[in-house]
Design a binder for this molecule. Structure first.
Ligand code: PXL
Length: 280
């Protein structure tokens, strides 16, 4: 067996709703990557469910990290997602200082909101810290709302065009040297896509797949996990983005077919075998 890669996944456990680690761990593990959770909190269900119960794990994160330092653990990838409070953004900064080596891939999903609004528990005090984390990343994957927050640009709730998306990409390039993937780009037609800037190649691009109206919570997590898996399995960046988009699109189709309540997230599990095939 060739040397297996190891990823630190800094995210919460949303027990119900297939968000965060509940999506990232199975996807990355199935794609051959050792998945090490760094749980930021445990939620009975993600925050779009009324009455969710939450356990904050900020103190435990620090203890876990100290233990791993004493064990000399090394990571090939650090992927950070939902952070429950600002102290956790500091902990992630320190995590990067301790564990990010020159060949460690750092993916930051600056999870803050969607559809022009913050998720419950997040507010504008997170933005500067998320910007800072993005500045240390190799790849960032904000959705359009998060890209606006990072770029300090008012979201265009009633629709936007290509010029707006270009402006977002240019603004994000000013805050990070990372490769940028803005997800959920919707130009008002029957497609949805990603706006990509590959800072290593100096190239911008747009990729689209067929659109389904409405939202599925956790879509960003499924996409970012598949992208991480594809890059870690050696796919070239543009190919990795398209692989992750294709997988996410298939998961949406499977969810519509299953006729489950959208709040419960994407039915990604039956599609994982196809993602694995596309990485071979
Ligand atoms: O997928 C983003 C996310 C992650 N974690 C929790 C959330 C959300 C979005 O609502 O509530 C707990």
């Amino acid at each position: 067996m060739k040397k297996q890669k190891k990823a630190a996944l800094i995210n919460d456990i949303s027990c119900i709703g297939r968000c965060s680690l509940t999506a990232a761990m199975p996807i990355l593990s199935a794609c051959g990557i050792e998945s090490v959770p760094v749980p930021t909190g445990i939620f009975s269900a993600h925050t779009e469910f009324d009455g969710f119960v939450k356990e904050d794990l900020t103190d435990k994160m620090e203890q876990f990290i100290d233990h791993w330092k004493s064990l000399g653990i090394r990571f090939d990838c650090i992927y950070s997602g939902y952070l429950a409070n600002r102290k956790q953004t500091e902990i992630v900064q320190r995590f990067l200082l301790d564990f990010k080596k020159s060949d460690t891939l750092c993916i930051v999903d600056p999870v803050m909101g969607d559809n022009g609004v913050f998720y419950k528990g997040i507010d504008d005090s997170f933005i500067a810290d998320m910007r800072f984390l993005c500045s240390a990343a190799d790849i960032i994957v904000p959705n359009v709302t998060e890209a606006c927050m990072l770029a300090d640009i008012e979201p265009e709730i009633d629709g936007y065009g290509m010029d707006f998306v270009k402006e977002l990409l240019v603004s994000l390039r000013n805050i990070t040297p990372a490769r940028i993937v803005i997800t959920g780009v919707d130009l008002g037609d029957d497609q949805i896509g990603c706006a990509v800037y590959d800072s290593l190649m100096g190239r911008a691009n747009m990729f689209f797949t067929p659109k389904t109206e409405g939202r599925f919570p956790g879509t960003g997590d499924v996409f970012a996990s598949a992208l991480t898996a594809a890059v870690m399995n050696g796919k070239d960046f543009a190919d990795a983005v398209q692989t992750a988009m294709g997988f996410t699109c298939k998961c949406v189709e499977a969810t519509l077919e299953a006729e489950t309540d959208r709040k419960y997230g994407l039915c990604f599990e039956p599609e994982i075998k196809n993602l694995i095939k596309s990485l071979e």
